[in-house]
Design a protein around this ligand. Structure first.
Ligand SMILES: CSC[C@H]1O[C@@H](n2cnc3c(O)ncnc32)[C@H](O)[C@@H]1O
Ligand code: ZN
Length: 434
């Protein structure tokens, strides 16, 4: 009999390789890798697992991938609600961020990591200030993450003038280059906060190290109007004119797109991240996601920061994504549950350039998976588990979270973080700036 480190078995299993729903199936894990997927009894006959986690009424699926967030903004959750983006940023958020300290970012990020683990997200793509602190928090939490320092024209509380921002980014890329779970992206904030020179220099760094280029794009009508006034074209056209668009670009939001913008995104294989709850809360608009999907553009899902959402729960994000386009186009057949689930898993992996590594439960891929408890009033009866995942479940239904073969939460007990310590730190920090 072959040894296994972990065997996870449950009533239902979704590999997400296809649209099959497997029953009484198990996943065998050795080290950080999935080595086998098959009927539970068959795997028990074949392997000797050191640990066997069995969930009689559970569902195993790939870990969720939050493709756009600013996790340290847990610090500002609920502090300035019910405002449009530009007022929210200019009047409330940017002034607070001027006072940021690295240790505040670390603890805010660690709180965000705890929320991600406890709601079934195993990988996230973050943009924030003091990004090294975010990377350290993700490392301590055991999460997979793509992290980047926000680059913009005004002096940053972290690096000061932008020249130092480029140096900081390159240093980060080198520092984290051999880490199994953390990688670094180049992350200019947006076309309305970054000069063409900044955008082009950021591209050079992204090309030099072959890392993703992450940017907020066409998020609001105001952004499009300002770009047209200054550059006589839309934000995606501006990036195309600068020679920036290609398959490594991860464009967040993409709410206000023209037909030509969509053509450019398709032609250059730009990856789009949909942030429906943030777009609703800031009343930014509704992105043309069904059109993008119909043109085979890779679209994934993100919560955006916890101060404009106001949570990091990808189950709730899936629910909103599935519903908002049905309403907008008065067509309930749009954005079916399977498609939305793919956006939150394997399309997220593709967006982050990790399609070969994560996003489905496949032998040879890294062991990033979660288990949900289906033995609950709101999840019974089970005609179609995928319907429940998108329209009924929330992160609170996640029992177990495994990243890279390591159990981060088991039966809702977080394993490697001291939640009380984190809450205490956050309270002390908010007293300081509040
Ligand atoms: C995200 S780090 C850089 C900068 O962006 C601000 N921010 C947070 N959410 C958004 C958003 O939806 N659009 C644009 N900018 C955003 C954040 O507060 C940081 O200052
Ligand atoms: Zn954002």
């Amino acid at each position: 009999m072959e040894n296994l480190d972990i065997l996870v078995s449950a009533e239902f299993l979704l590999t997400l390789e296809d649209e099959n729903i497997l029953t009484d199936t198990a996943v065998g894990i050795k080290g950080d890798t999935i080595v086998s997927v098959g009927k539970t009894q068959k795997l028990l006959d074949q392997f000797f697992p050191k640990n066997h986690f069995h969930y009689e009424h559970g569902l195993i699926m790939p870990g969720l991938i939050n493709a756009h967030t600013h996790i340290p903004m847990t610090l500002f959750r609920g502090l300035a609600d019910d405002l449009p983006l530009m007022t929210w940023l200019n009047k409330y958020i940017f002034p607070l961020e001027k006072k940021l300290k690295p240790e505040w970012v670390y603890w805010g990020a660690l709180l965000g990591c705890a929320e991600l683990i406890m709601s079934g997200t195993t990988c996230f793509c973050d943009m924030y200030l003091f990004a090294d602190e975010v990377a350290k928090a993700a490392d301590r939490a055991g999460l997979r993450a793509v992290v980047g320092e926000v680059l913009y024209d005004f002096p940053s509380p972290n690096y000061g003038p932008i020249e130092n921002g480029f140096i900081y980014t390159e240093t980060l890329i080198q520092k984290w280059s051999n880490h199994p779970l953390i990688s670094i992206a180049v992350e200019p904030h947006a076309v309305y906060t970054c000069s063409p020179e900044l955008l082009k220099q950021a591209k050079k760094i992204s090309e030099k190290y072959n890392v993703p280029y992450v940017i907020h794009l066409a998020e609001t009508k105001t952004e499009v109007e300002k770009t047209k006034e200054k550059f006589y074209c839309t934000p995606p056209q501006h990036l195309a004119n600068l020679g920036i668009l290609d398959e490594t670009v991860i464009a967040d939001h993409c709410v206000w797109l023209t037909d030509l913008d969509i053509e450019l995104i398709e032609k250059h294989q730009v990856k789009v991240v949909h942030n429906p709850e943030s777009n609703l809360k800031l009343a930014s608009g509704i992105a043309p996601i069904p059109t993008l999907l119909s043109q085979d553009i890779t679209v994934s899902l993100g919560t955006d920061g916890p101060a404009s959402n106001n949570d990091l729960d990808m189950f709730l994000e899936m629910d909103t994504a599935a519903k908002m386009h049905k309403l907008k186009q008065e067509n309930p057949t749009l954005m079916p549950a399977w498609q939305v689930l793919a956006m939150a898993t394997k399309q997220g992996a593709k967006t982050l350039g990790m399609g070969e590594k994560i996003g489905t439960i496949t032998p040879g891929k890294k062991a990033d998976l979660i288990v949900l408890d289906f033995n609950q009033p709101h999840l019974i009866p089970v005609y179609n588990p995928v319907s429940h995942l998108v329209y009924t479940a929330s992160g609170k239904d996640v029992l177990t979270t495994i990243v890279n073969g390591k159990v981060l939460m088991e039966n809702r007990k977080i394993q490697n973080l001291d939640l009380e310590e984190i809450y205490g730190q956050i309270k002390a920090i908010t007293r300081e700036f509040g």
